[in-house]
Design a protein around this ligand. Structure first.
Ligand code: MG
Length: 262
């Protein structure tokens, strides 16, 4: 199933998206917590606004340097254990939402990633059991302020600022993630073209590692890392991120006016 969250201008709704990505069948309630029941109402994808398919209940757990080619392009080694960072849920935005570059950074990069959506509360999950706690998968852009990443040491600000974690366009619940293309495009030009086959630590290992430290709640998200090809993006450009078998999402990047708290 492909599960989206969307609005026609009123309260957010959830729906099932058809294979072509064109039609939505509305479902009642949040599928993370309630059985899926169709309401009978249908919409065209192009007549609604897709929202982030999930607002993480407690956290987004990011994984750094999980593709060897990306670690190499950053001049870094692949860490022996998955390297974790936390992104607050206030960083999450949805398809087409503007990513707002604040005045404190001059070096903002895109990072196309496969994102794991957790389906139930869990702790200490063995890698082989990971599929039992995974609700589905979506696409993330792990937007990063490289200058702050260097100077802060901690990545909280570099990766956690408002709008720095676009998620979408929907959650795919049935997906073999062993070898999926992970692609980003800036203004239509391909910048990253990797595959999940190159993940250093696979999905099961990540769920095991993350859940050994943190209780995971339904709707929590794990970002699985980005392949090589990252680069800077300027205000006025649009970044599309795509994972094969899920779909593509794009976001315009804009500059916050200096002094504008928004
Ligand atoms: Mg990343």
């Amino acid at each position: 199933m492909r599960i989206c969250r969307f609005t026609t201008g009123e309260d957010p709704m959830f729906g099932l998206v058809d294979g072509a990505g064109e039609k939505i069948a509305e479902i009642s309630g949040d599928p993370l917590y309630t059985r899926i029941e169709l309401t009978g109402q249908t919409f065209r994808v192009d007549e609604v606004r897709l929202l982030a398919p999930v607002i993480p209940r407690s956290k987004v757990v990011g994984i750094g340097r999980n593709y060897a080619d990306h670690a190499a392009e950053m001049g870094s080694e692949v860490p022996e254990e998955p390297m974790m960072f936390l992104v607050p849920n206030t960083a999450v935005c949805g398809p087409d939402d503007p990513v707002v570059i604040p005045p404190v950074t001059d070096e903002v990069s895109y990072e196309a990633e496969l994102a794991v959506v957790i389906g139930r509360m869990c702790k200490d999950v063995a890698a082989e059991q990971a599929s039992t706690v995974i609700f589905g998968y979506t696409v993330a852009n792990d937007v990063t302020a490289r200058d702050l990443q260097r100077t802060d040491g901690q990545w909280a600000r570099a990766k956690g600022m408002d709008t720095f974690c676009p998620l979408g366009p929907w959650i795919e619940t049935d997906l073999d993630v062993g070898d999926l293309a992970v692609v980003s495009r800036v203004d239509g030009e391909v910048r990253q073209d990797g595959t999940t086959a190159d993940l250093v630590h696979g999905i099961g290992a990540l769920v095991e590692h993350v859940s050994a430290s943190f209780t995971l709640l339904p709707g929590d998200v794990i970002l699985t890392g980005t392949p090589a090809g990252v680069g800077l993006v300027e205000a006025g450009q649009r970044v599309e991120v795509e994972v094969e078998g899920i779909g593509a999402m794009s976001n315009p990047f804009v500059r916050a006016d200096a002094g504008d708290p928004a």
